[in-house]
Design a protein around this ligand. Structure first.
Ligand SMILES: Cc1ncc(COP(=O)(O)O)c(C=O)c1O
Length: 478
């Protein structure tokens, strides 16, 4: 198959390469002055050399101080065109920055925004920073697997008339995909902005009709470093339509962005887009084929459930490999530990399930070896089938006492978590990964959540709380 007829130019990559080829002796920052790229004996090259060699700023590097080349803007316009959007901004603060930006753009002090309670913690940051007043909505949860299936369009019909925007995550961490088209139609009918956190689905944007922008969302954030090949931290926020115009998005991005962007990081977004325009169709077809072969082989393992479209009867990320384990008796946390020890880290694991990401760079042979290894490990750890113990975080239904912003800025005092039942939390407790808060600022602390936090701490890291031992909590000092 020939190259994709879409544009394959990469203006920011070209500018990056031209700058590298020039002899640059800058009389301006960065302080490393590009010397590590030149090799030879340089102060600190044993420690810094490999790390800083490819660093190049946009300002006074790939472009001049006035950005007169306009390479970043050109690259952003090409991204927007490739995924069907009207305007896109490259981010170096990950999808976290994109989610904050989206909520600032669409929400605002005391404006009500419907937010999926199983959102990544960056949505909470967006609520604190924007001052939006969240109305939590909840995804449907699979009755047996205990995994989120996405927020259904029907659940938006019950929202009050003053809700100005809806924020959902699709794909979810476990790979389930929402009916974004249905959500967009409902939001259009109600004159609301639909924001989609598509952090895990950058590849979907390059599959016609599958990305959230193509399906009618107004603002979509996607991590280029997750499903695609960008540098860690890279993401893009894209808008389509006139509900959120380019100026409004720019204002929100500029509120949260560095003024010293890395041309290297951003050029990796441009390069990824150009590669997808050129080879994406074939590469995606091959990775999807490998993943479905893995799924078919793993489904043959007695008791092993592969979470995909066939199993759930709804859209799922074609590159996520999510296994549900209770009928094999295998503990997902133990399985993930063994995998990590041999160099095969997984996205997330709990007792019942394990989630892995297959990418365009995973070759068929690697996928086959991985399948055989997974089958071997499941047999090694196999036990008696057991009742599921679904992770609590997908199913939290909190009592909200005040907004996350009000709780965040309220006077606080520290008490023992075990004694905090009935108090209002001033902070969040987030098992990471997946980064969905068990307890958010402004929520009433219950005996169940105290128990769930302790349990999450036993099997993994609970992050973004002030006391990593989980012994104490900051509560709102009423
Ligand atoms: C659903 C979701 N949204 C947003 C993010 C944040 O992405 P990033 O790490 O690129 O900031 C994550 C991170 O894992 C996530 O799972």
């Amino acid at each position: 198959m020939g190259p994709n007829p879409r544009v394959t130019a990469a203006p920011l990559v070209d500018a990056w390469q031209r700058a590298r080829a020039r002899r640059m002796r800058p009389l301006q920052v960065p302080g490393h002055k590009n010397r590590f790229a030149e090799g030879g004996v340089v102060l600190g090259s044993d420690l810094l050399g490999d790390l800083i060699r490819d660093d190049l700023p946009l300002q006074g590097g790939a472009d001049d101080n006035g950005y007169t080349g306009g390479y970043l803007a050109q690259a952003e316009a090409l991204w927007a065109a490739s995924v069907g959007g009207d305007h896109a901004r490259f981010l170096v603060g990950g999808s976290s920055q994109g989610n904050i930006t989206s909520l600032v753009a669409a929400g605002g002090p005391e404006r009500r925004v419907a937010v999926d309670r199983t959102s990544h913690r960056s949505a909470l940051a967006g609520l604190v920073i924007s001052g939006s007043d969240p109305v939590w909505v909840f995804p449907e949860i699979h009755p047996e697997f205990g995994l989120p299936l996405g927020v259904r369009p029907e659940s938006l019909a019950r929202l009050a008339g003053d809700v100005v925007a809806v924020f959902v995550t699709s794909p979810t961490y476990v790979g389930t995909i929402s009916d974004v088209r249905g959500l967009a139609e409902q939001c259009d009918a109600d004159d609301r902005t639909l924001i989609v956190d598509q952090a895990w689905g950058a590849h979907l944007g390059f599959m016609p009709g599958r990305g959230a922008i193509d399906q009618g969302a107004d603002i979509v954030t996607t991590s280029v470093h997750k499903a695609l090949m960008g540098y860690s931290q890279t993401a893009v926020v894209t808008v389509r339509g006139d509900r959120i115009d380019a100026t409004r998005l720019d204002r929100a991005v500029d509120l949260t962005a560095t003024t010293s962007p890395s041309a290297t990081l951003m050029a990796s977004i441009d390069a990824t887009r150009a590669v997808m325009d050129r080879n994406g169709e074939d590469a995606l077809a091959s990775a999807i084929e490998s993943t479905s072969r893995m799924r078919a082989a793993l489904r043959r393992v007695p008791g092993l459930v592969v979470i995909d479209e066939g199993e759930l009867g709804q859209a799922c990320d074609p590159l996520k490999l999510t296994l549900w384990l209770p009928r094999t008796g295998v503990n997902g946390v133990e399985l993930a530990h063994l995998l990590w020890e041999q160099g095969n880290g997984v996205e997330v694991a709990d007792v019942d399930s394990i989630v892995m990401t297959i990418s365009l760079l995973d070759e068929p042979a690697f996928c086959e070896e991985t399948t055989a290894m997974l089958v071997g490990l499941v047999e090694r750890l196999r036990g008696e089938p057991r009742a599921p113990a679904p992770a609590a975080l997908w199913q939290v239904v909190p009592e909200v006492v005040m907004t996350p912003r009000a709780a965040y800025f309220a006077p606080r005092r520290r008490i023992k978590l075990a004694d905090a039942v009935g108090e209002v939390s001033a902070e969040q407790f987030c098992p990471y990964p997946p980064g969905v808060p068990l307890l958010a600022p402004g929520e009433r602390i219950t005996a169940e959540v105290v128990r769930d936090i302790a349990e999450a701490g036993r099997i993994g890291r609970v992050a973004y709380c002030s006391d990593p031992t989980l012994e104490t909590v900051e509560v709102v000092d009423a």
